[in-house]
Design a protein around this ligand. Structure first.
Ligand code: GLV
Ligand code: MG
Length: 307
C-alpha cells in the first residue's frame, strides 16, 4: 500500500482492455505498471477493462512493481465508477490511482475523499492508496503547486506530453522530441515547473511517453534530458523501452562510485578523528557540506537501483 519513494524509473503502460498484455506485463522488469482505463481503452471497452484490471491485480504475480491504475479524467462520466469498481474489487492489491488531466486541487481532493470512503467501507487502512497526478494542460501546470499539496496521498507528478502539446496548440506531432523550428528545448519550462512542485512537496517527478516505440535511441535521448534535470523516471509504452529507462534514470556506475567516495571521505574528515574539517580536498576536488548533499542524491538513486 502506498509507494512513495519506491523506484519508478520505468512506468509501463498496460491497456486494461488487453488480457494478453496484462499477463505479459507481470514478468517484465519495469519498476511500475499502470493498468490503463483511460486513453488506451475505447469507450465501449471500458466496462470490461475494469473487470480485467481487478482480476489481474488480484491474481498477483507483480513482484515488487508499484501497481497503479489510471482512471478516466473528471470531465468524463466514467471516473467514479472506475475508482469504485477497481478499489472495491482490488484495493488490497493496489498501490495508487493515477488521475489524468488534473486541473486543480479540488479534483485531487475529490479522489482523496472517495478513496477514504472506499477504504473505510472495505476495511483497508485509510490513506494507504496513493495518488499520481498527471499534468496535461495549461490549468494543470498553472495550478501544479496546489495539486502537489492537495492531499498527503499524492506521490508523483507526471508530465503528459501528448495531451499537453495538443492542449497548448504546440506545432508538432512528435511527442517529446525537439522541434527543428525552435532553437531551444520547448519542454524545459514545463519540466522544471513540474519538478519544482514535486520537490517542494517531496514527491517523485515522472516524464511521460515517447511514442516512436521502435526508436530506442530517440527514447533514450528524450529521457536523458529529464533525467539530467532530476526527474525520477519515465513512462514506457513497450517492453523494448524498459531497460533504457532503468539505465537512464539510474546514475552511471562511475558517478555512483564517486558519490559513495565523497560521502565516506566527508564523514571521515568532519569527524573528531579526521580533524573536524568543513571543507577538504578529495584529489583535485574541494568538497564541503553542499557536495555531501549532491553526493547523497546520486548515492540514494544508486542504492535504490540496487547498485
Ligand atoms: C499521456 O497521457 C500523454 O498525454 O502524454
Ligand atoms: Mg494523456
Amino acid at each position: 500500500m502506498g509507494a512513495l519513494g519506491r523506484p519508478r524509473r520505468s512506468c509501463l503502460a498496460v491497456p486494461g482492455s488487453s488480457i494478453k498484455m496484462l499477463g505479459k506485463a507481470q514478468g517484465l522488469p519495469a519498476d511500475q505498471v499502470f493498468l490503463d482505463l483511460e486513453d488506451a481503452v475505447a469507450p465501449l471497452a471500458k466496462p470490461d477493462a475494469r473487470k480485467n484490471i481487478v482480476a489481474a491485480l488480484n491474481d498477483g504475480g507483480w513482484g515488487n512493481k508499484v501497481r497503479v491504475v489510471r482512471v478516466n479524467d473528471l470531465t468524463t462520466p466514467w471516473t467514479y465508477r472506475d475508482v469504485i469498481e477497481v478499489v472495491e474489487g482490488a484495493g488490497a492489491n493496489l498501490d495508487a490511482i493515477m488521475l489524468p488531466k488534473v486541473q486543480n486541487a479540488a479534483q485531487v481532493q475529490w479522489l482523496d475523499l472517495l478513496l477514504t470512503q472506499i477504504e473505510k467501507t472495505i476495511g483497508l487502512p485509510v490513506g494507504g492508496i496513493g495518488i499520481e497526478a498527471q499534468i496535461e494542460n495549461a490549468a494543470g501546470l498553472v495550478n501544479v503547486d496546489e495539486i502537489a499539496a492537495a492531499s498527503p496521498r499524492v506521490e508523483t507528478i507526471i508530465f503528459g506530453p501528448a495531451d499537453f502539446m495538443a492542449s497548448i496548440n504546440m506545432k508538432s506531432l512528435v511527442v517529446g522530441q525537439l522541434i527543428p523550428e525552435y532553437p531551444a528545448d520547448p519542454y524545459h519550462y514545463i519540466l522544471m515547473r513540474i519538478l519544482m512542485a514535486a520537490r517542494m512537496h517531496d514527491l517523485q517527478a515522472i516524464d511521460g511517453p515517447f511514442l516512436q516505440i521502435r526508436d530506442v535511441d530517440a527514447f533514450t535521448e528524450v529521457a536523458q534530458r529529464s533525467a539530467a534535470l532530476g526527474f525520477d523516471g519515465k513512462w514506457v509504452l513497450h517492453p523494448g523501452q524498459i531497460d533504457a529507462a532503468n539505465e537512464v534514470y539510474s546514475p552511471a556506475q562511475a558517478d555512483y562510485d564517486h558519490a559513495e567516495m565523497i560521502l565516506d571521505a566527508y564523514e571521515y574528515y568532519t569527524s573528531e578523528k579526521g580533524g573536524k574539517l568543513g571543507a577538504v580536498m578529495l584529489g583535485d576536488e574541494m568538497i564541503d557540506e553542499a557536495s555531501r548533499k549532491m553526493a547523497l542524491v546520486i548515492a540514494g538513486k544508486g542504492r535504490a537501483a540496487g547498485m
